[in-house]
Design a protein around this ligand. Structure first.
Ligand code: ZN
Length: 189
């Protein structure tokens, strides 16, 4: 597998999706409880699937490490932490394409799924720090959500870890609150 260095938006999206599989985001339910779920997650994100039994624990450790970086987005900490995640890379190369070739890093031949995810998360974080800055690492803005995300939108005003889910919940809660505020008060019996 090769990860293009300018694919940081995709890579940071994978990192965000990975941290939001954690049990703390789902009221104790781990969304990556076994190797089958890890394989499904990898396939969904076009990550090569070469799993060993130890991969699940490695990915759980990676998930904690990435979350820790998002939660404390201090420049040097992000650089050092993300650099450590890229230790599964083997070589820097050029991806041939139409027009300009792109810088890319390739995985070691013995790399497994967790190694690939580690490299992708490292590239994603480094790319965002370089291109967008350290202010793009956030906890979810929904009051009841424990998720976190890396904001790669152009304006940088993303608020929720899973916009379709957490954003909708907040909209529904706001709508209910507004409706309740506008309704005439009735006497409770
Ligand atoms: Zn959320």
């Amino acid at each position: 597998m090769q990860v293009a260095l300018d694919d940081y938006v995709w890579a940071a999206g994978v990192a965000t999706d990975l941290v939001n599989t954690a049990p703390e985001v789902w009221h104790g339910e781990d969304k990556l409880p076994d190797l089958a779920s890890l394989v499904a997650f990898a396939e969904l994100h076009s990550i090569p699937v070469i799993t060993r039994p130890s991969d699940l624990r490695a990915v759980h450790r990676l998930r904690v490490a990435v979350r820790d970086l998002i939660d404390q987005p201090i420049h040097d900490r992000l650089i050092n932490g993300a650099t450590a995640l890229t230790s599964t890379a083997a070589q820097v190369t050029l991806l041939a394409g139409a027009g300009n070739a792109r810088w890319a890093v390739s995985l070691k031949p013995t790399a497994t799924t967790s190694d690939a995810l580690s490299l992708v998360c490292g590239i994603g974080i480094l790319g965002v720090v370089r291109t967008l800055g350290t202010e793009r690492f956030h906890a979810c803005g929904a009051p009841t959500c424990q998720g976190a995300f890396i904001d790669t939108t152009r304006p940088g005003r993303r608020r929720y870890c899973m916009p379709g889910l957490c954003g909708n919940r907040v909209n529904v809660a706001n709508h209910r609150a507004r409706r309740a505020a506008h309704q005439p008060r009735t006497k409770s019996v």
